[in-house]
Design a protein around this ligand. Structure first.
Ligand SMILES: [Zn+2]
Length: 439
């Protein structure tokens, strides 16, 4: 940071970022997400600058123009660096207790998804541990995870419940989610997902469990005001098309916006149902049919793709993002963070989308910012660097945006500004301690 510039008719700003090699605005898509070729357009300003006041962006432009108008005690130089909106992660299962590294090893040794489920592992193990966990413990765990996400550049996430399964336990998780949103600078958007897995007691009567969600879960969650969306894991052996549809239509009736896990592990017709119920997004879509993709494009359903989930399932079939983009579906990217996928990092989602789905870096960045903001219905507030939006801004230690995707396994994020506050500054952290050899 350098000293303020003196000037006579300057407006004041809390923070000025200046001299960005590339400043990616992603401007002009707050009303509708970017589709097709638009996804390649990052709205780049070279030698870009940004003024922040009272948590909001008050000016964006060339450094020369912004410094003519604004002054600030805090001027961050982004010389040689890339500045962009904080990442939005529109699909996580944030709140749970325990971990599943043993199961990970079983997976490495060849166990399938359904075998893990049958062994009593999988999400059901996490559900048990989460039900037994105290609220304070879940809050602490959630805060730690949000810290890690923020350190990798994420400033807003969506968080699904679904490790409680009974209405009481789901409400407990949603209550934790609300507290996390209040306590942490990372914004947390809440989704009710009682239909995440089928509890063991209902393995042979999934209809009964779906009924319970419709008659008890959804009305109680809607009354509590603790969730904005409702999600269903629509998949063979979990919730079928009919049950998924019933649940999402009931959710809609109670004012919860529908989302759907669709066509992840096999071609199941999930994308078609997502279009039929008017879901905000259909997520995963590895096996979505071309008819389903077409229906999604027609109904404006966003595709939230989770390459990291595919990677962690050790599947070879990634979602056909190129077909989706060519078909006019707006594509967003998410980490899918959950108890079996410890990946709280949207930079890695971008890298995987480039490597495995053949998105170019610009498309993947669009998918992890403005389109992801659309997937959580927040595009009027976040997802781009435009006047009036929340000042969620990240500074990368890279001279251009293509380093996202190209650079794998390295955290490029040097600074995070969350809601107008500098919440992470790696340059201010102590230098790593190098062990010197003793003679
Ligand atoms: Zn999920």
């Amino acid at each position: 940071m350098s000293k303020p510039q003196k000037g006579r008719s300057h407006e004041s700003a809390d923070i000025l970022i200046v001299n960005a090699e590339e400043l990616l605005t992603l401007a002009g898509s707050s009303q509708t997400p970017r589709k097709g070729k638009e996804m390649r357009d990052l709205g780049i300003i070279r030698d870009g600058a940004l003024a922040i006041r009272a948590g909001k962006i008050v000016a964006v432009g060339k450094t020369h123009d912004i410094t003519k108008t604004f002054r600030s005690e805090y001027i961050l130089s982004a010389k040689g660096k890339t500045v962009l909106p904080g990442f939005v992660d529109p699909h996580t299962h944030l709140v749970f207790a325990g971990s599943r590294e043993d199961e990970f090893q079983m997976k490495v040794e060849g166990a399938t998804f359904n075998e893990l489920l049958d062994s009593g592992g999988s999400a059901l193990k996490t559900a048990k541990e989460t039900r037994n966990a105290r609220v304070e413990k879940l809050v602490d765990l959630g805060l730690e995870r949000l810290d890690t996400m923020m350190a990798h550049g994420t400033t807003t996430i969506e968080a699904k419940s679904g490790y409680g399964l009974t209405a009481d336990d789901e409400l407990k998780i949603l209550g934790v989610t609300k507290r996390l949103n209040r306590l942490h600078c990372v914004g947390v958007v809440s989704t009710y997902m009682g239909a995440h897995v089928v509890p063991i007691d209902y393995r042979n009567s999934v209809d009964e469990y779906a009924k319970l969600i419709i008659e008890e879960g959804i009305p109680r969650v809607a009354d509590s005001g603790l969730a904005e969306f409702c999600d269903v894991f629509c998949e063979r052996g979990i919730f079928n098309l009919e049950q998924s549809k019933r649940i999402l239509l009931a959710a809609k009736k109670h004012g919860l916006k529908p989302k759907m896990h669709a066509d992840f592990l096999c071609a199941f017709g999930g994308a078609e149902v997502a279009a039929a119920v008017g879901a905000i997004s259909a997520d995963h879509l590895n096996y979505a049919s071309s008819t389903g993709i077409k229906a999604m494009a027609e109904k404006g359903v966003l595709a939230v793709l989770l390459p990291a989930a595919t990677f962690s399932q050790m599947m070879n079939k990634y979602a056909d993002a190129r077909l989706m983009i060519d078909s006019g579906v707006a594509v967003a990217l998410a980490s899918g963070f959950n108890s079996s996928l410890w990946l709280p990092n949207q930079q890695l989602s971008i890298a995987m989308a480039c490597h495995f789905m053949r998105l170019i870096p610009a498309e993947a960045i669009t998918a992890a910012t403005i389109n992801a903001a659309h997937a959580v219905c927040r595009a009027n507030e976040i997802g781009s660097l435009e006047v009036g939006k929340q000042a969620n801004v990240i500074v990368l230690g890279a001279p251009n945006h293509k380093f996202l995707g190209y650079s794998v396994g390295v955290n490029l994020v040097e600074k995070v500004i969350c809601g107008g506050r500098l919440t992470l500054d790696r340059e201010k952290q102590d230098e790593p301690v190098l062990l010197s050899k003793t003679e």
